[in-house]
Write a protein that binds this ligand. Structure first.
Ligand SMILES: Cc1ncc(COP(=O)(O)O)c(C=O)c1O
Length: 386
C-alpha cells in the first residue's frame, strides 16, 4: 500500500506545486532570517510593524506573569479570562459595533460564523476572489453557494434578483481589501445592493483593519458603510501584529455565535496574553503612533507604485499589497534572482490564485526603509514585462 498522499504529492511535484515551509530565525521585521542569512522581507502582513512593538511585548510579558501561558479550557468552560473580556470590549468600541467575539484565528472566525448562521435553504453570495476561509465556511454550511464577479455590484444584483422568492436567509460576503489583488471592494455599491434585496452583509477586513479608515478602523469606516455591515470580521494576525480572529456585530449576533459557532465552542481559548496583545495593538493603532505608521506605509506604497507604474506592470494602486503578475516560468526564475540578492518576495502560484495570474505579492510595511525599496526596485527594473 502507498504511503498516505504519495500519489497526490507526486502529482503536485510534477506540476511544480509542491509546498514546503521555511524556518525563520528572527522576528517578523523588515529583515527576516533564513538559515543564518538576512533578507529584506516583502512577505509579511505585519503592515504596521506591531509584532515587535515594545509596548505590546511588555504588556504580553506582564500578562504571562499574572495569568500564565495557556487557558486550559474553551471559553464556555473556564477559559474565559479577564483579558478576553477586556479585549472584546475594546474591539467592539474600536470597530463601532455593539459587541465583538474573539476566535482563535480569522479562519475559524469565518468558518464558525458562516456555519452557525447558514444552513440548507439559505443562500450565500461570495465575491469570486473571497479568501479560502470564507469559501470553506460557505461550503461547510450547506447553504446554496453563488459567486459573483469580483468587485462587480451588477453581477451581485443579478444573482440576488434570480433568488428573489427565496424564503431562506440571504447573506452577501466580500472582503474590504482583497488579499491577493490588493484592491478594495466597492463597498458602498455592494452594501446598497445587498440591502435593496434584504440580504445580510458580511465584510472580512483582514487586510484593511489598522491601515484604512479613520484611526485604522478599516475599509468599512473609510467607505462610510459601517452601519450597513451586519457582520464585520477582522484578524489580529496582520496589521495588529498578533493572532486571533474577531467578529463584530449586534449583541444578538455575538450571542448566537457563542451558542452555535462550533469553531468557537469546541476550541481552547486563545492565551490571555494574546488577547492583551490585541487590546494593546488596538490602542496603538488608534494613537498618533499608529497614525505615523500609516503615514510611513502610505509613503512606501507611493514610492513603489510610482516606479512600478513606469514599467506598466499590472498592479493595483490602492494598497500596501502590490501584485506583480508575470508568466509562471519567469516568475520562478525571478524569484530565485531576488532570493540571491537577499530580497524575499513570495511568488504566489495556482491554486492560491487562478492559473495565468501567478504573481509576486509585494507586501509593504511602515518599517521598510527607502534603501529597502530601492533594492527591490532595482531588481524589478531589470525585469522585462512579459
Ligand atoms: C481575507 C482573509 N480572511 C481571513 C484570513 C485568515 O485569518 P487568520 O490568518 O487570522 O486565520 C486571511 C489570511 O490569513 C485573509 O486573507
Amino acid at each position: 500500500m502507498n504511503e498516505p498522499f504519495e500519489d497526490e504529492l507526486n502529482a503536485a511535484k510534477a506540476d511544480g506545486l509542491l509546498r514546503a515551509m521555511r524556518t525563520v530565525d528572527s522576528p517578523q521585521g523588515r529583515l527576516i532570517n533564513f538559515n543564518g542569512r538576512d533578507f529584506i522581507n516583502f512577505s509579511s502582513n505585519d503592515y504596521l510593524g506591531l509584532s515587535t512593538h515594545p509596548a505590546i511585548k511588555k504588556a504580553v510579558h506582564d500578562c504571562v506573569e499574572k495569568y500564565g501561558c495557556g487557558t486550559g479550557a474553551s471559553r464556555l468552560i473556564s477559559g474565559n479570562m479577564g483579558p478576553h473580556a477586556q479585549f472584546e470590549e475594546k474591539a467592539a468600541e474600536f470597530l463601532g459595533k455593539p459587541s465583538a467575539l474573539l476566535f482563535t484565528s480569522g479562519y475559524s472566525a469565518n468558518v464558525g460564523t458562516l456555519t452557525a448562521l447558514l444552513g440548507k435553504g439559505d443562500t450565500v453570495y461570495l465575491d469570486r476572489l473571497c479568501h479560502a476561509s470564507i469559501v470553506d465556511g460557505a461550503r461547510f454550511s450547506g447553504a446554496k453557494l453563488e459567486r459573483f464577479i469580483h468587485n462587480d455590484p451588477e453581477s451581485l444584483e443579478k444573482h440576488l434578483s434570480k433568488n428573489g422568492d427565496s424564503k431562506g436567509r440571504q447573506l452577501v460576503v466580500t472582503e474590504g481589501l482583497f488579499s491577493m489583488d490588493g484592491d478594495c471592494a466597492p463597498l458602498k455599491e455592494i452594501a446598497e445592493t445587498a440591502k435593496r434585496h434584504g440580504a445580510l452583509l458580511m465584510v472580512d477586513d483582514a487586510h484593511g483593519v489598522g491601515v484604512f479608515g479613520p484611526n485604522g478602523r478599516g475599509t468599512i469606516h473609510e467607505a462610510g458603510v459601517a452601519e450597513m455591515v451586519d457582520i464585520h470580521v477582522i484578524t489580529l494576525g496582520k496589521a495588529l501584529g498578533g493572532a486571533g480572529g474577531v467578529v463584530a456585530g449586534s449583541k444578538k449576533l455575538v450571542e448566537g455565535l457563542v451558542n452555535f459557532a462550533r469553531s468557537f465552542i469546541y476550541s481552547t481559548a486563545l492565551p490571555p496574553a494574546t488577547a492583551v496583545a490585541g487590546t494593546t495593538a488596538i490602542g496603538i493603532v488608534e494613537s498618533s503612533d499608529g497614525e505615523n505608521r500609516r503615514i510611513r506605509l502610505k509613503q512606501n506604497v507611493g514610492a513603489v507604485i510610482s516606479r512600478l507604474g513606469k514599467k506598466c506592470y499590472n498592479t493595483s494602486e490602492e494598497s500596501q499589497i502590490i501584485p506583480v503578475i508575470l508568466e509562471r516560468d519567469y516568475l520562478i526564475e525571478m524569484s530565485a534572482k531576488l532570493f540571491e540578492r537577499g530580497i524575499f518576495v513570495p511568488a504566489i502560484k495556482h491554486p492560491t490564485v487562478p492559473k495565468g495570474s501567478e504573481r509576486f505579492r509585494v507586501s509593504l510595511t511602515s518599517e521598510h526603509t527607502e534603501s529597502d525599496i530601492l533594492a527591490l526596485m532595482s531588481v524589478f527594473e531589470e525585469l522585462e514585462v512579459r
